[in-house]
Design a protein around this ligand. Sequence first.
Ligand SMILES: NC(=O)c1ccc[n+]([C@@H]2O[C@H](COP(=O)([O-])OP(=O)(O)OC[C@H]3O[C@@H](n4cnc5c(N)ncnc54)[C@H](OP(=O)(O)O)[C@@H]3O)[C@@H](O)[C@H]2O)c1
Length: 290
Amino acid sequence: MPSYLVTGAGGQLGQCFKSVANEFSECTLFFASRFEVDITQPQTLKSYFENQPFDGIINCAGYTQVDQAEKETSEANKINVEGVQNLIDFAEKKSLTLIHFSTDFVFDGNKMGSYFEKDATNPLSVYGKSKLAGEAVLAKSKCQNVCFRVSWLFSPFGKNFVKTILKLSKTKKEINVVDDQYGKPTYGIDLAKAILASLNHPGLFKQNTYHFAQGPETNWFGFAQKIVEISGNDCEVKPILSSAYPALAKRPMNSVLDTQRMEKNLSLNSRNWEDALLDCIKSIKNNEEF
Ligand SMILES: NC(=O)c1ccc[n+]([C@@H]2O[C@H](COP(=O)([O-])OP(=O)(O)OC[C@H]3O[C@@H](n4cnc5c(N)ncnc54)[C@H](OP(=O)(O)O)[C@@H]3O)[C@@H](O)[C@H]2O)c1
Protein backbone atom coordinates (compact mmCIF):
# COMPACT_ATOMS: atom_id res chain seq x y z
CA MET A 1 0.00 0.00 0.00
CA PRO A 2 1.61 3.33 -1.05
CA SER A 3 2.21 5.90 1.66
CA TYR A 4 2.39 9.65 1.29
CA LEU A 5 3.61 12.44 3.50
CA VAL A 6 1.29 15.47 3.44
CA THR A 7 3.39 18.56 4.14
CA GLY A 8 1.81 21.83 5.32
CA ALA A 9 -0.76 19.67 7.11
CA GLY A 10 -1.87 22.53 9.36
CA GLY A 11 -3.03 24.64 6.40
CA GLN A 12 -6.39 24.72 4.67
CA LEU A 13 -5.71 22.05 2.04
CA GLY A 14 -3.64 19.92 4.42
CA GLN A 15 -6.62 19.79 6.78
CA CYS A 16 -8.90 18.85 3.87
CA PHE A 17 -6.68 15.83 3.17
CA LYS A 18 -6.72 14.92 6.84
CA SER A 19 -10.51 15.08 7.02
CA VAL A 20 -11.03 12.62 4.12
CA ALA A 21 -8.02 10.31 4.64
CA ASN A 22 -10.04 7.58 6.32
CA GLU A 23 -12.24 7.24 3.21
CA PHE A 24 -9.20 6.02 1.22
CA SER A 25 -7.99 2.75 2.68
CA GLU A 26 -5.85 1.99 -0.40
CA CYS A 27 -3.17 4.47 0.71
CA THR A 28 -1.59 5.54 3.98
CA LEU A 29 -1.17 9.23 4.69
CA PHE A 30 1.18 10.80 7.22
CA PHE A 31 0.60 14.42 8.15
CA ALA A 32 3.37 16.86 9.03
CA SER A 33 2.73 20.44 10.03
CA ARG A 34 5.34 23.15 9.51
CA PHE A 35 6.70 22.42 12.99
CA GLU A 36 7.45 18.80 12.08
CA VAL A 37 8.63 19.26 8.50
CA ASP A 38 9.75 22.72 7.41
CA ILE A 39 10.27 22.49 3.66
CA THR A 40 12.94 25.19 3.82
CA GLN A 41 14.91 22.97 6.27
CA PRO A 42 15.73 19.74 4.37
CA GLN A 43 17.08 18.16 7.55
CA THR A 44 13.56 18.10 9.02
CA LEU A 45 12.30 16.11 6.03
CA LYS A 46 15.22 13.71 6.25
CA SER A 47 14.65 13.15 9.99
CA TYR A 48 10.93 12.57 9.46
CA PHE A 49 11.66 10.03 6.69
CA GLU A 50 14.23 8.16 8.78
CA ASN A 51 11.65 7.76 11.50
CA GLN A 52 8.69 7.12 9.20
CA PRO A 53 9.50 6.29 5.56
CA PHE A 54 6.96 7.05 2.81
CA ASP A 55 6.66 6.56 -0.98
CA GLY A 56 5.56 10.02 -2.01
CA ILE A 57 4.92 13.60 -0.92
CA ILE A 58 1.72 15.61 -1.28
CA ASN A 59 2.96 19.15 -0.81
CA CYS A 60 0.31 21.35 0.75
CA ALA A 61 2.94 23.66 2.23
CA GLY A 62 3.30 27.08 0.71
CA TYR A 63 3.56 30.80 1.21
CA THR A 64 -0.01 31.90 0.38
CA GLN A 65 -0.41 35.48 1.61
CA VAL A 66 -1.01 37.16 -1.72
CA ASP A 67 -0.82 40.80 -0.60
CA GLN A 68 1.84 40.33 2.09
CA ALA A 69 4.08 38.67 -0.50
CA GLU A 70 4.48 42.04 -2.22
CA LYS A 71 6.50 43.07 0.86
CA GLU A 72 8.05 39.66 1.54
CA THR A 73 9.43 38.59 -1.82
CA SER A 74 12.34 36.64 -0.43
CA GLU A 75 10.18 34.77 2.11
CA ALA A 76 7.66 33.88 -0.62
CA ASN A 77 10.46 32.59 -2.87
CA LYS A 78 12.18 30.78 -0.03
CA ILE A 79 9.05 28.70 0.60
CA ASN A 80 7.46 28.49 -2.86
CA VAL A 81 10.65 27.94 -4.85
CA GLU A 82 13.56 26.83 -2.61
CA GLY A 83 11.17 24.79 -0.46
CA VAL A 84 9.85 22.98 -3.53
CA GLN A 85 13.44 22.41 -4.75
CA ASN A 86 14.27 20.83 -1.38
CA LEU A 87 11.34 18.44 -1.76
CA ILE A 88 12.47 17.62 -5.31
CA ASP A 89 16.07 16.95 -4.21
CA PHE A 90 14.86 14.57 -1.52
CA ALA A 91 12.31 12.91 -3.82
CA GLU A 92 15.01 12.34 -6.46
CA LYS A 93 17.41 10.89 -3.91
CA LYS A 94 14.85 8.50 -2.44
CA SER A 95 12.87 7.82 -5.66
CA LEU A 96 9.68 9.33 -4.24
CA THR A 97 6.75 10.74 -6.20
CA LEU A 98 5.80 14.38 -5.65
CA ILE A 99 2.35 15.96 -5.95
CA HIS A 100 2.35 19.75 -5.79
CA PHE A 101 -0.18 22.61 -5.99
CA SER A 102 -0.05 25.89 -7.83
CA THR A 103 -2.45 28.68 -8.60
CA ASP A 104 -4.59 30.45 -11.20
CA PHE A 105 -2.55 33.57 -10.32
CA VAL A 106 0.18 32.37 -12.72
CA PHE A 107 -2.00 33.92 -15.47
CA ASP A 108 -2.41 37.63 -16.21
CA GLY A 109 -6.14 37.39 -16.92
CA ASN A 110 -6.01 39.01 -20.36
CA LYS A 111 -7.27 35.94 -22.22
CA MET A 112 -10.85 35.88 -23.47
CA GLY A 113 -12.17 32.52 -22.30
CA SER A 114 -10.83 29.92 -19.91
CA TYR A 115 -7.15 29.05 -19.44
CA PHE A 116 -5.72 25.74 -20.63
CA GLU A 117 -2.67 24.18 -18.98
CA LYS A 118 -0.54 25.01 -22.04
CA ASP A 119 -1.50 28.70 -22.17
CA ALA A 120 1.21 31.30 -21.67
CA THR A 121 1.72 32.35 -18.08
CA ASN A 122 2.41 35.91 -16.95
CA PRO A 123 1.85 36.39 -13.21
CA LEU A 124 0.98 39.88 -12.01
CA SER A 125 2.02 39.46 -8.37
CA VAL A 126 5.03 38.36 -6.32
CA TYR A 127 2.97 35.42 -5.06
CA GLY A 128 2.04 34.38 -8.62
CA LYS A 129 5.65 34.71 -9.73
CA SER A 130 6.91 32.61 -6.84
CA LYS A 131 4.36 29.88 -7.55
CA LEU A 132 5.29 29.89 -11.24
CA ALA A 133 8.97 29.59 -10.33
CA GLY A 134 8.00 26.62 -8.13
CA GLU A 135 6.28 25.04 -11.15
CA ALA A 136 9.41 25.62 -13.22
CA VAL A 137 11.75 23.81 -10.83
CA LEU A 138 9.27 20.95 -10.62
CA ALA A 139 9.06 20.68 -14.41
CA LYS A 140 12.86 20.21 -14.54
CA SER A 141 12.91 17.59 -11.82
CA LYS A 142 13.72 13.96 -12.49
CA CYS A 143 11.36 12.55 -9.87
CA GLN A 144 7.88 11.44 -10.84
CA ASN A 145 5.81 14.56 -10.24
CA VAL A 146 2.63 16.41 -11.06
CA CYS A 147 1.33 19.89 -10.30
CA PHE A 148 -2.34 20.75 -9.82
CA ARG A 149 -3.21 24.40 -10.42
CA VAL A 150 -6.24 25.29 -8.33
CA SER A 151 -8.26 28.48 -7.86
CA TRP A 152 -10.34 30.19 -5.19
CA LEU A 153 -9.93 27.43 -2.60
CA PHE A 154 -12.62 27.18 0.07
CA SER A 155 -13.35 24.68 2.83
CA PRO A 156 -14.39 24.49 6.49
CA PHE A 157 -10.69 24.95 7.41
CA GLY A 158 -8.24 27.82 7.70
CA LYS A 159 -8.85 31.27 6.30
CA ASN A 160 -10.89 31.52 3.13
CA PHE A 161 -13.49 33.64 1.32
CA VAL A 162 -16.50 31.56 2.40
CA LYS A 163 -15.63 31.86 6.08
CA THR A 164 -14.94 35.60 5.73
CA ILE A 165 -18.28 36.28 3.99
CA LEU A 166 -20.18 34.17 6.53
CA LYS A 167 -18.66 36.17 9.37
CA LEU A 168 -19.22 39.58 7.76
CA SER A 169 -22.77 38.84 6.66
CA LYS A 170 -23.70 37.78 10.15
CA THR A 171 -23.00 41.22 11.61
CA LYS A 172 -23.34 43.66 8.68
CA LYS A 173 -26.46 44.78 6.83
CA GLU A 174 -24.53 45.18 3.59
CA ILE A 175 -21.15 44.21 2.19
CA ASN A 176 -19.36 45.28 -0.99
CA VAL A 177 -17.70 42.61 -3.13
CA VAL A 178 -15.85 42.98 -6.43
CA ASP A 179 -17.75 41.80 -9.50
CA ASP A 180 -15.11 42.21 -12.21
CA GLN A 181 -12.71 39.35 -11.34
CA TYR A 182 -13.81 36.02 -12.81
CA GLY A 183 -12.75 32.53 -11.77
CA LYS A 184 -13.89 29.15 -10.50
CA PRO A 185 -14.14 28.28 -6.81
CA THR A 186 -12.68 24.97 -5.67
CA TYR A 187 -13.82 22.97 -2.66
CA GLY A 188 -10.70 21.72 -0.89
CA ILE A 189 -12.47 18.56 0.28
CA ASP A 190 -13.42 17.65 -3.31
CA LEU A 191 -9.87 18.42 -4.45
CA ALA A 192 -8.35 16.21 -1.75
CA LYS A 193 -10.76 13.37 -2.61
CA ALA A 194 -9.97 13.72 -6.34
CA ILE A 195 -6.21 13.52 -5.71
CA LEU A 196 -6.51 10.52 -3.41
CA ALA A 197 -8.83 8.78 -5.88
CA SER A 198 -6.24 9.35 -8.63
CA LEU A 199 -3.14 8.13 -6.79
CA ASN A 200 -3.17 4.81 -8.63
CA HIS A 201 -4.46 6.21 -11.92
CA PRO A 202 -2.03 5.51 -14.77
CA GLY A 203 -2.58 9.03 -16.13
CA LEU A 204 -1.62 10.89 -12.96
CA PHE A 205 2.05 11.44 -13.70
CA LYS A 206 1.69 11.47 -17.49
CA GLN A 207 1.23 15.26 -17.49
CA ASN A 208 3.26 17.94 -15.72
CA THR A 209 0.22 20.05 -14.94
CA TYR A 210 -3.48 19.67 -14.41
CA HIS A 211 -6.09 22.32 -13.71
CA PHE A 212 -8.59 21.49 -10.98
CA ALA A 213 -11.49 23.89 -10.33
CA GLN A 214 -15.26 23.66 -10.16
CA GLY A 215 -17.75 25.24 -12.53
CA PRO A 216 -19.65 27.26 -13.34
CA GLU A 217 -17.40 30.29 -13.64
CA THR A 218 -18.42 33.22 -11.48
CA ASN A 219 -17.04 36.41 -9.96
CA TRP A 220 -16.41 37.17 -6.28
CA PHE A 221 -19.72 39.07 -6.03
CA GLY A 222 -21.68 36.09 -7.41
CA PHE A 223 -19.80 33.75 -5.09
CA ALA A 224 -20.56 35.98 -2.08
CA GLN A 225 -24.26 36.26 -3.02
CA LYS A 226 -24.55 32.46 -3.06
CA ILE A 227 -22.77 32.17 0.31
CA VAL A 228 -25.14 34.69 1.94
CA GLU A 229 -28.19 33.08 0.30
CA ILE A 230 -27.29 29.64 1.66
CA SER A 231 -26.41 31.03 5.10
CA GLY A 232 -29.77 32.78 5.43
CA ASN A 233 -27.99 35.79 6.92
CA ASP A 234 -29.83 39.10 6.51
CA CYS A 235 -27.25 41.02 4.50
CA GLU A 236 -27.23 42.68 1.09
CA VAL A 237 -24.24 41.95 -1.16
CA LYS A 238 -23.40 44.92 -3.38
CA PRO A 239 -21.18 44.77 -6.47
CA ILE A 240 -18.13 47.05 -6.69
CA LEU A 241 -15.24 47.33 -9.12
CA SER A 242 -11.75 46.12 -8.20
CA SER A 243 -10.56 49.71 -8.66
CA ALA A 244 -12.73 50.66 -5.65
CA TYR A 245 -11.05 47.99 -3.51
CA PRO A 246 -7.31 48.68 -3.65
CA ALA A 247 -5.03 45.80 -2.69
CA LEU A 248 -1.24 45.50 -2.59
CA ALA A 249 -1.12 42.67 -5.11
CA LYS A 250 -2.59 42.90 -8.58
CA ARG A 251 -4.96 40.05 -9.39
CA PRO A 252 -5.99 38.62 -12.78
CA MET A 253 -9.43 39.84 -13.94
CA ASN A 254 -10.01 36.44 -15.53
CA SER A 255 -8.50 33.30 -14.06
CA VAL A 256 -11.10 30.79 -15.16
CA LEU A 257 -9.32 27.43 -15.43
CA ASP A 258 -10.27 24.94 -18.11
CA THR A 259 -10.43 21.49 -16.54
CA GLN A 260 -10.94 19.19 -19.53
CA ARG A 261 -7.47 17.65 -19.19
CA MET A 262 -8.11 16.25 -15.73
CA GLU A 263 -11.64 15.24 -16.69
CA LYS A 264 -10.40 13.23 -19.69
CA ASN A 265 -7.03 11.93 -18.45
CA LEU A 266 -7.98 11.18 -14.87
CA SER A 267 -11.67 10.38 -15.46
CA LEU A 268 -12.57 12.96 -12.84
CA ASN A 269 -15.97 14.55 -13.04
CA SER A 270 -16.07 17.21 -10.42
CA ARG A 271 -19.44 18.46 -9.20
CA ASN A 272 -20.21 22.17 -9.36
CA TRP A 273 -19.04 24.51 -6.60
CA GLU A 274 -22.60 25.48 -5.64
CA ASP A 275 -23.35 21.91 -4.49
CA ALA A 276 -20.00 21.78 -2.74
CA LEU A 277 -20.74 25.11 -1.05
CA LEU A 278 -23.89 23.65 0.52
CA ASP A 279 -21.78 20.88 2.10
CA CYS A 280 -19.10 23.35 3.17
CA ILE A 281 -21.52 25.72 4.92
CA LYS A 282 -23.32 22.81 6.56
CA SER A 283 -20.01 21.58 7.93
CA ILE A 284 -19.01 25.06 9.15
CA LYS A 285 -22.40 25.55 10.81
CA ASN A 286 -22.06 22.22 12.58
CA ASN A 287 -18.83 23.42 14.12
CA GLU A 288 -19.44 27.10 14.71
CA GLU A 289 -22.29 29.46 15.39
CA PHE A 290 -23.10 31.50 12.24
N1 LIG B 1 -6.08 29.37 -0.87
C1 LIG B 1 -6.33 29.54 -2.17
O1 LIG B 1 -7.32 30.20 -2.56
C2 LIG B 1 -5.42 28.92 -3.20
C3 LIG B 1 -5.69 29.19 -4.53
C4 LIG B 1 -4.87 28.63 -5.49
C5 LIG B 1 -3.82 27.82 -5.12
N2 LIG B 1 -3.57 27.57 -3.81
C6 LIG B 1 -2.43 26.71 -3.47
O2 LIG B 1 -2.89 25.58 -2.75
C7 LIG B 1 -1.92 25.17 -1.80
C8 LIG B 1 -2.53 25.07 -0.41
O3 LIG B 1 -3.07 26.33 -0.06
P1 LIG B 1 -3.83 26.56 1.32
O4 LIG B 1 -5.02 27.39 1.05
O5 LIG B 1 -3.99 25.27 2.04
O6 LIG B 1 -2.76 27.48 2.07
P2 LIG B 1 -2.55 27.70 3.65
O7 LIG B 1 -3.83 27.51 4.36
O8 LIG B 1 -1.82 28.98 3.79
O9 LIG B 1 -1.60 26.49 4.04
C9 LIG B 1 -0.24 26.48 3.75
C10 LIG B 1 0.45 25.78 4.88
O10 LIG B 1 1.84 25.73 4.58
C11 LIG B 1 2.52 25.98 5.79
N3 LIG B 1 3.89 26.41 5.54
C12 LIG B 1 4.34 27.66 5.24
N4 LIG B 1 5.68 27.63 5.15
C13 LIG B 1 6.07 26.36 5.36
C14 LIG B 1 7.32 25.70 5.41
N5 LIG B 1 8.45 26.38 5.20
N6 LIG B 1 7.36 24.39 5.66
C15 LIG B 1 6.21 23.69 5.88
N7 LIG B 1 5.02 24.26 5.88
C16 LIG B 1 4.93 25.57 5.61
C17 LIG B 1 1.71 27.03 6.48
O11 LIG B 1 2.04 27.10 7.84
P3 LIG B 1 1.83 28.48 8.65
O12 LIG B 1 0.36 28.72 8.66
O13 LIG B 1 2.43 28.19 9.98
O14 LIG B 1 2.57 29.54 7.86
C18 LIG B 1 0.31 26.50 6.23
O15 LIG B 1 -0.05 25.56 7.22
C19 LIG B 1 -0.77 26.19 -1.90
O16 LIG B 1 0.20 25.66 -2.77
C20 LIG B 1 -1.43 27.38 -2.58
O17 LIG B 1 -0.48 28.16 -3.30
C21 LIG B 1 -4.36 28.10 -2.83
